[in-house]
Design a binder for this molecule. Structure first.
Ligand code: G6P
Ligand code: MG
Length: 218
């Protein structure tokens, strides 16, 4: 029986995946790497430095920057990203998310957060969700990022649940792989072709309701 939900943050609870993309795009274009939708999708769920490395590789520029230069580019991205985050309010919650979280709490499900972002506490505060997600995996303590199962396994551990008792919710292909590897049921939010590995697919968060999930699990 399902007893808990482990949530990704960016692109599932809120529209910050757009902000991440916007901030990375500026860095990519500055170093002469061409931006495209596939690159944007590949960056979802990926840690800050891994994202930069992927961008540089995409433009065949992976050997052109020192560690210090890369650090500076990552910091520049984060500064821009935080400017966007600081303008956020609960209006930045994705459609239906507030009601879905409330319905989960009312039904007695436990909730935890499995975000790769070092800014997740700040984003949750902006959204008014700090009290909802008191249990969050600290990404700085992880050995491997998504698609490795570690982060979603830890999300279940925080709830003292077996992964089989948990549903993981993700918008990234790397995240779905992480959920599946951890042995949880995976829900993919977004393009069903990108998220083909998910157990259950919804095209957007408005479809994310307990009734819809139960119907798909039956
Ligand atoms: C999430 C986002 C990624 C982002 C990563 C690290 O997984 O989907 O786009 O790169 O977090 O975020 P941070 O805020 O620590 O740079
Ligand atoms: Mg995400």
């Amino acid at each position: 029986d399902i007893k808990g939900f482990v949530f990704d943050l960016d692109g599932v609870i809120t529209d910050t995946s757009v902000f991440h993309s916007q901030a990375w795009r500026q860095v990519a274009e500055k170093v002469g790497v061409q931006w495209d939708d596939q690159l944007a999708d590949a960056l979802k769920g990926i840690s800050r430095m891994d994202s930069l490395n992927l961008i540089l590789k995409h433009g065949h520029r992976e050997n052109d920057f020192s560690a210090a230069e890369k650090q500076a580019l990552a910091t520049e991205k984060n500064t821009h990203y935080l400017e966007l985050v600081d303008q956020m309010t609960p209006a930045n919650l994705l459609p239906g998310i507030k009601d879905f979280l409330t319905s989960l709490q009312t039904a007695g499900y436990q909730l935890s957060l499995a975000s790769a972002s070092k800014n997740s506490a700040r984003v949750l505060a902006k959204l008014g969700l700090s009290a909802v997600f008191t249990k969050a995996v600290d990404p700085t303590t992880l050995t491997h990022g998504k698609p490795d199962p570690e982060i979603f396994r830890r999300g279940a551990e925080l709830l003292n649940l077996d992964p089989a008792q948990c549903i993981g919710v993700e918008d990234a292909a790397a995240g779905i792989q992480s959920i599946n590897g951890a042995g949880e049921t995976s829900i993919g939010i977004g393009d069903p072709q990108v998220l083909a590995a998910a157990d259950i697919n919804f095209k957007d968060t408005a479809e994310l309701t307990l009734a819809n999930i139960k119907a798909r699990m039956a």
